[in-house]
Design a protein around this ligand. Structure first.
Ligand SMILES: Cc1cc2nc3c(=O)[nH]c(=O)nc-3n(C[C@H](O)[C@H](O)[C@H](O)COP(=O)(O)OP(=O)(O)OC[C@H]3O[C@@H](n4cnc5c(N)ncnc54)[C@H](O)[C@@H]3O)c2cc1C
Length: 403
């Protein structure tokens, strides 16, 4: 395993830099840049995000005609469109910069069987669209899109299921099987997103079952590892060992984790030990240890790092250089969300690395929860907006000077 420091800045400079705003915003017109500036400037004001979120929820509830306004602002910034067809423009734009698209059907539907079947059908369409399409390197889905979260939780708690629940769980398994089988038959790699810890064991068990079915010749199914969890580095090592014993390849999407507050609150209410690290440093340490582990075990693992953290991206690029892994090696991918951290995605792609963006799509009203989460993540408290905002400002100044 590598001996490089994991919490210090990289000393052996890799050529990759995320500072070049002319590359980061190369596909944005002046007008688009100005629009982005206004969106991130607004998000930089916590009070405005809180107030805006409240009023948008209220207006949607009252059926006020604000869809057009949302669609031409935040929706356009963070989503590909309302339908698969509408996403074509975003796919083409990203492809021009050699960035792949991961079509993410972001509708948080109702908790019933017909909604789960509908979501399964839509995800199947994204897999079909990715077939033989180099602009769409992965598909993705959430297990809670195709099955009830309450049921997944009950399975995890090992409480006896009623006959109806057993049948419903069999249907979740079947939907997942159909999606992974379709992906395998069309040679489309597919991510299973990670969710809350109280359902994640069930998701893991389903996902490893799929890997055992479809990952023997090629790495098709990827599980997601949330490194904010105290047990996750050990889980990664165990999953690698299990994959090697069973003779399949382990697909790893590495993230820090999106449900920290929810996890802490539930642990507090349930009076159990928080599964999430006490501090960010420990999450960062485990994330970077996991990168080292994945690179050192690359015969067994294919990895996609889903992060907006510049250090982690540089660190993986550096490790790849150290291990003489080609930037275009298909077992290594970087991924960010559409509309965020363009400086990372575009500069990595420009340097020849494999990069893809999650491109969420769905009817405006249905993707609003996703947009509210992006808004919260982008407040100045969370720190992301000011970073985006500074970069956009810098590019606007650069363009003015270049005239
Ligand atoms: C392509 C892509 C796919 C994703 N898929 C998933 C998914 O399937 N499941 C999922 O849960 N998330 C997913 N995420 C979201 C991800 O987990 C992070 O929430 C988000 O990317 C922010 O982390 P970061 O590494 O980008 O940035 P950073 O700003 O470096 O890290 C922020 C993250 O650090 C952790 N953190 C912050 N403060 C603390 C603290 N005090 N103690 C401990 N940890 C702390 C949290 O995880 C927080 O989200 C995905 C993100 C991307 C870009």
């Amino acid at each position: 395993m590598t001996k490089m420091p994991i919490t210090q800045p990289i000393m052996k400079a890799n050529k990759i830099t995320f500072e070049d705003t002319s590359i980061a915003f190369s596909n944005k017109s002046n007008l688009q840049l100005r629009k982005m500036y206004l969106i991130f400037a607004s998000m930089n004001q916590n009070w405005l995000v809180k107030l805006g979120t409240f009023f948008i929820k209220l207006f949607i509830f009252l059926h006020f005609p604000i869809k057009k306004l949302i669609k031409s602002t935040v929706f356009e910034q963070f989503c590909g469109g309302e339908t698969l067809l509408e996403c074509n423009k975003a796919i083409e734009n990203l492809d021009k910069a050699h960035i792949g698209t991961i079509l993410d059907y972001s509708v948080e539907g109702e908790d019933n069987e017909s909604s789960f079947d509908k979501t399964r059908e839509e995800i199947a369409k994204t897999i079909e669209k990715a077939h033989n399409n180099t602009a769409i390197p992965f598909a993705v889905f959430k297990v809670t899109g195709i099955g009830s979260a309450d049921l997944l939780e009950k399975v995890q708690s090992e409480l006896p299921l009623t006959q109806d629940e057993s049948l419903a769980f069999e249907r979740v398994h079947q939907r997942m099987y159909e999606l992974c089988q379709l992906a395998a038959s069309l040679k489309v790699r597919i991510f299973v997103d990670a969710e809350e810890s109280w359902i994640q064991d069930t998701i893991d068990a389903l996902t490893y079952d799929m890997m055992d079915k479809f990952n023997h010749d090629d790495c098709i199914v990827y599980n997601t590892f949330q490194m904010y969890r105290k047990d996750m580095f050990d889980n990664l090592k165990e999953a690698t060992q299990a994959a090697q014993e069973k003779g399949y390849l382990l697909g790893v999407k590495l993230v820090r984790g999106a449900y920290m507050e929810k996890e802490r609150q539930r642990a507090h209410e349930g009076n159990y030990c928080e599964p999430v690290h006490e501090n960010k440093q420990n999450t960062d340490r485990d994330f970077n240890l996991a990168l080292e582990f994945a690179v050192a075990n690359r015969q067994a693992i294919s990895i996609c790092v889903g992060t907006h953290n510049e250090y982690s991206c540089k660190y993986l690029a550096d490790l790849m250089q150290q291990y003489e892994i080609s930037p275009t090696d298909k077992h290594f991918y970087f991924a960010q969300l559409l509309g965020m951290s363009e400086n990372i995605s575009y500069n990595l792609a420009n340097a020849g690395y494999n990069v893809a963006k999650y491109v969420p799509y769905g009817p405006v009203e249905a993707v609003m929860p996703y947009l509210f989460r992006r808004a919260a993540e982008n407040t100045s408290v969370a720190g992301q907006a000011s970073r985006e905002f500074t970069l956009i400002k810098r590019e606007m100044v650069r363009r003015k000077r270049a005239k």
